[in-house]
Ligand binder design. Structure first.
Ligand code: NAG
Length: 679
């Protein structure tokens, strides 16, 4: 679906950038499609039959004299799943019932080949055991996971690890939830000095087979009587062995207060050395980060890479609004990662209440996890006293952020009249990781179309005069029908019209918008009259001037913005129209009166319950798609409109008439829209 906008060369490059090395694209097995709507009982019955069959086949094959390894023919069939498609929920290539990772008891225990010189004496000064390192149980379970493609660099393995039983008890429910989503192979490695058996650990924590967790006993021999140094080196060596067999895409460990210090030190050092993304879960994660268990291994691998900056452009005289927004930001839950950087663009005149509030404003908020006490706030205070023009305002705004790595660094744009829910950041991170970093999003290049992710559901069209009615649920062409109870639920949707109330712009598209505006401005400066192509503004002057350019870019390229369903939106953000202030560049032209919408309220329910299908994010191909003016459309039609718009744009800009069709093909940047301009 992207081919219209990307040359082959670029597609090739993008693929090289993103495609996991040496792993074929992913698709759900076709037979998974209907399994989801099967009643639970029936599913269990089927799984039981499958298991019984599996055991039968196992013994059958085992008795064949050739010593050939058993192939599990329930392995996923890999391919791309079609344009805009995504493997169905519960799929992503993981079979409904896991292969039985049968240990082979004949495998000898793992021992590091060269005894570590640091472990000379058998009895250490503190009296603990300090002999050579041996892992009596690890080799067995590691060799049994061959089928998870653990020896490949890119696979679907996710590793939970714990040394203390307290931490294990906190992690296991999350591991169980993640395992039962069947998006990744979830492993749990027990290290440390406890002497509880794995079976007992499972029983104590209520982990049954439905959890789909593969356990690894990564403890040393004599673990309960070992010195701490031996345990520390043991944890490090254990991770080394695990990595060789598993190549975990991400590793999750418990909160510092529940976990042994030596273990966290050893593991974080080793994980860094081996290049394993390490995620340390905050306290209370199973509840607050429940959405995390729905991410696949590819999203989790990007967890530490993504960064989100927050950008607020405050018009003069908006203190009430700005203070409310900042208070709601302070109350938000940023657990599970660093607090985002916040930039506030202040007008020339800062009113006293704002100045007073900012004096004591702390960012990151007082309660947020911030071990290094770093300040993440930038205040920019403008010098020119005169009101900004459209052009100056766009420039100032677009210059206030630049993504360090456009693939992973994004910016959340907030208008002061918006108030955020405490859960907004979880939704944002969840959406970014799912729609930009999951295996299917990467392979199908979902980010090539995604301009931004909105937290707010606008009540009007971009011209602010026509009320906007969100589309109804897309009727699926697939055989699977949505369950009747959900059929009337409001749906998230894709809309070509961008917004500025509360929208995350992706790094890639920000770079493009920046370039686009820079070229438009150069063009307008080079000619005495603006080109006839821009006869009148489409976007209302209640929105900042740069939004017009974001719309032009969306129309020329066929980009869309993701909007939440009305149900989800109430859990994310509300725009308070009753205290609305016009953007500075249009201050004299727009009156600040409310646009008739009553006082909006944030909902307080749990975030996941407001999302469709028990907290899953809907794939793009299951959402309705709207053209910029609000018509329900299809990708093909949007492409045609974009091609027509691009043609008209180029003609207006001038100099393109002499170019032939090949030269008109879109290139790597927005430069192709301005074909008369060099550079
Ligand atoms: C506002 O936009 C909508 C959707 O594009 C359109 O139907 C309507 O005619 C516009 N209203 C005005 C006054 O331009």
């Amino acid at each position: 679906m992207v081919s219209l906008f990307l040359s082959n060369e670029e597609l090739g490059k993008k693929n090289d950038d993103h495609k996991p090395t040496a792993i074929p694209p992913i698709r759900a097995p076709q037979w998974n499609a209907s399994a989801r709507v099967l009643p639970r009982k029936l599913v269990f019955k089927r799984v039981a039959i499958a298991l019984a069959l599996g055991v039968f086949v196992f013994f059958f094959v085992k008795n064949i004299p050739t010593d050939y390894p058993i192939r599990d023919h329930r392995r996923p069939v890999y391919d791309t799943g079609g344009p805009g498609g995504r493997p169905r929920p519960g799929g992503l290539g993981i079979p409904k019932s896991m292969p039985q990772f049968r240990p082979n008891p004949k495998i000898p225990p793992l021992r590091p080949k060269i005894p570590d010189p640091a472990f000379g004496p058998r009895s250490a000064p503190d009296g603990g055991y300090d002999g050579p390192l041996t892992f009596p149980h690890l080799a067995v379970s590691l060799q049994a996971i061959y089928e998870t493609r653990g020896t490949w660099d890119v696979n679907k393995n996710v590793l939970f690890a714990a040394s203390s039983l307290q931490s294990a008890a906190a992690l296991l429910p999350m591991a169980c939830q993640m395992g039962s989503e069947l998006r990744s192979y979830v492993h749990f490695a027990l290290m440390g000095s406890s002497d509880m058996g794995i079976e007992e650990l499972r029983a104590v924590n209520g982990i049954d087979d439905s959890c789909q967790i593969i356990f690894h006993d990564a403890r040393l021999d004599h673990s309960s009587s070992s010195t701490q140094t031996r345990l520390e080196t043991g944890a490090s060596h254990a991770l080394f062995h695990i990595h060789a067999y598993m190549h975990p895409q991400a590793m999750l460990v418990g909160a510092s207060i529940a976990e042994e210090g030596y273990f966290l030190d050893a593991i974080s050092k080793k994980a860094r050395a081996l290049g394993i993304p390490l995620l340390q879960l905050p306290e209370g994660s199973p509840k607050r980060l429940a959405w995390m268990t729905k991410l696949d291994s590819s999203s989790l691998a990007s967890w530490n890479k993504i960064s989100i900056d927050i950008l607020i452009q405050a018009p003069p005289g908006a203190s009430g609004n700005l203070i409310r927004l900042l208070k709601s930001l302070s109350a938000a839950d940023f657990s599970g990662g660093p607090t985002p950087h916040l930039t506030i663009e202040l007008p020339h005149v800062v009113d006293p209440p704002t100045a007073q509030f900012l004096e004591s404003f702390q960012w990151p908020p007082a309660g947020a996890y911030n071990p290094t006490r770093v300040r993440q706030l930038t205040l920019r205070h403008r010098i020119p006293r005169s009101s900004l023009t459209e052009e100056e305002s766009s420039i100032r705004f677009l210059e206030s952020f630049w993504p360090s790595d456009p693939h992973y660094s994004h910016v959340l744009v907030l208008s002061p009249h918006v108030e955020l829910s405490p859960k907004f950041y979880h939704y944002l991170k969840y959406s970014v990781l799912e729609y930009m970093n999951s295996a299917v999003a990467v392979i199908q290049e979902w980010d090539s179309r995604l301009l931004g992710i909105s937290l707010d559901l606008p009540s009007t069209h971009l011209n602010a005069s026509e009320p906007f009615t969100p589309p109804s649920r897309k009727v699926s062409q697939d055989a699977i029908k949505p369950p009747p109870a959900e059929a009337d639920d409001p749906t998230p949707f894709l809309w070509q019209a961008p917004n500025s109330n509360a929208v995350l712009y992706t790094g890639l598209k920000w770079v493009e918008l920046h370039d686009f505006v820079s070229r438009i401005l150069a063009l307008q400066h080079g000619t005495t009259q603006p080109p006839p192509f821009f006869p009148h503004k489409v976007v209302s002057k209640r929105y900042p001037s740069w939004l017009e350019h974001a719309l032009e870019l969306s129309r020329a390229r066929g980009y869309w913005t993701l909007y939440p369903s009305s149900k989800t939106a109430r859990n994310l953000a509300v725009a308070h129209h009753e205290l609305y202030k016009a953007p500075e560049e249009y201050e004299s032209e727009v009156d600040n009166k409310a646009d008739g919408v009553g006082e909006a309220m944030l909902a307080t329910g749990p975030l996941l319950e407001s999302l469709p299908n028990n907290g899953n994010l809907l794939p793009f191909n299951e959402m309705p798609l709207l053209s910029w003016d609000g018509r329900v459309t299809e990708v093909g039609e949007m492409n045609e409109d974009a091609a027509e718009y691009t043609r008209a744009f180029r003609q207006a800009v001038g100099g393109c008439e002499k170019l032939d069709a090949v030269e008109l093909a879109p290139g790597k940047s927005v430069k192709d829209l301005f074909c008369s301009r060099d550079d």
